[in-house]
Design a protein around this ligand. Structure first.
Ligand SMILES: Cc1cc2nc3c(=O)[nH]c(=O)nc-3n(C[C@H](O)[C@H](O)[C@H](O)COP(=O)(O)O)c2cc1C
Length: 270
């Protein structure tokens, strides 16, 4: 088990673009910390699942003045903080970060990237030489952009794009976290990644499936133009190309093969 994790970390480190980065991996037993911020509990659910499956330590990033649970109030406070050029204070992190080789860093996506309390943490911590695996929850997406922003903010860390999930799909978290950890060799077992076909023209059934999955989500106003497909024994996966305000998006939908199941909107890749 430990050997598998070490191999995974070594492989990920080698894949990293910055080959001159120094990994401070404890060869005997890499220490892992799950560190996360969560306002309304979705990211906490993922953090707890990661902690349980990895047997890692865990700590929550806490804003000194908590954000109000109300969506509109949170937006207003963020806008005001942005206008004033300030970031929220956070309580000191209790974990000694120098003791950890791998940090799973989790956050809700706010305005397309990690929520401000996580930005405060990132701006104040030295993560050089560490492997940082991102994870996040979102209404529609943001794993890719937030991970890219973290890479830019901590260029001497080995930042790995991790796991993201829509907050409407929390029931899928245990299985998907397990798959993610297996796929990246953090735990033993075979992970699955859909291998999509070439994108093809939409049939009426493809259009109906997209509408059934995404039609209710108020923040997505994209029109699908093509779809690529993949499947395994249990599930069919659909990667739609879609146009929204002159932008091309990739929208993921999946549907269980179990009888009576309905298509699920899983992510906009951004
Ligand atoms: C201020 C604010 C901004 C948000 N911005 C985005 C966004 O840009 N994209 C998105 O997909 N979801 C966005 N969301 C939705 C959150 O990412 C989502 O509700 C998340 O799962 C909350 O995680 P938590 O329960 O751990 O706080 C936003 C939510 C808030 C409160």
């Amino acid at each position: 088990m430990k050997r598998t994790i070490l191999l995974a970390i070594a492989a990920l480190a080698m894949l990293s673009c910055n080959t001159d980065k120094k990994q401070s991996i404890n060869e005997e037993s890499p220490k892992m910390l799950v560190l996360y911020y969560s306002q309304t509990g979705a990211t906490r659910t993922v953090a707890n699942e990661l902690q349980a499956q990895l047997g890692a330590d865990i700590e929550e990033i806490v804003a000194t003045q908590p954000y109000d649970g109300d969506f509109q109030a949170t937006i207003q406070r963020c806008q005001q903080e942005k206008a004033e050029g300030i970031l929220p204070e956070i309580k000191p992190i209790e974990a000694d970060l120098s003791q950890y080789d791998v940090i799973f860093l989790g956050y809700p996506v706010w305005f397309g990237t990690y929520a401000p309390p996580v930005e405060t943490f990132i701006n104040s911590a030295d993560l050089s030489g560490k492997t940082i695996v991102t994870f996040c929850t979102f209404g529609s997406g943001g794993l890719k952009t937030s991970t890219a922003n973290l890479k830019a903010a901590q260029p001497d860390a080995n930042v790995i794009e991790g796991y993201g999930v829509r907050n409407a799909r929390m029931a899928a978290v245990p299985t998907e976290v397990e798959n993610f950890l297996k796929l990246n060799k953090y735990i033993e077992g075979e992970g699955f990644v859909p291998e999509y076909s070439e994108a093809a023209e939409l049939t009426d059934a493809d259009k109906e499936r997209y509408e059934a999955a995404c039609g209710d989500y108020p923040m997505l106003h994209a029109t699908p133009t093509a779809v690529a497909t993949a499947e395994n024994d249990d599930t069919c996966y659909y990667l739609y190309t879609a146009e929204e305000n002159g932008q091309t998006l990739q929208v993921k939908v999946q549907q269980s093969k179990a009888e009576g199941s309905t298509p699920e909107f899983t992510e906009v890749i951004r």
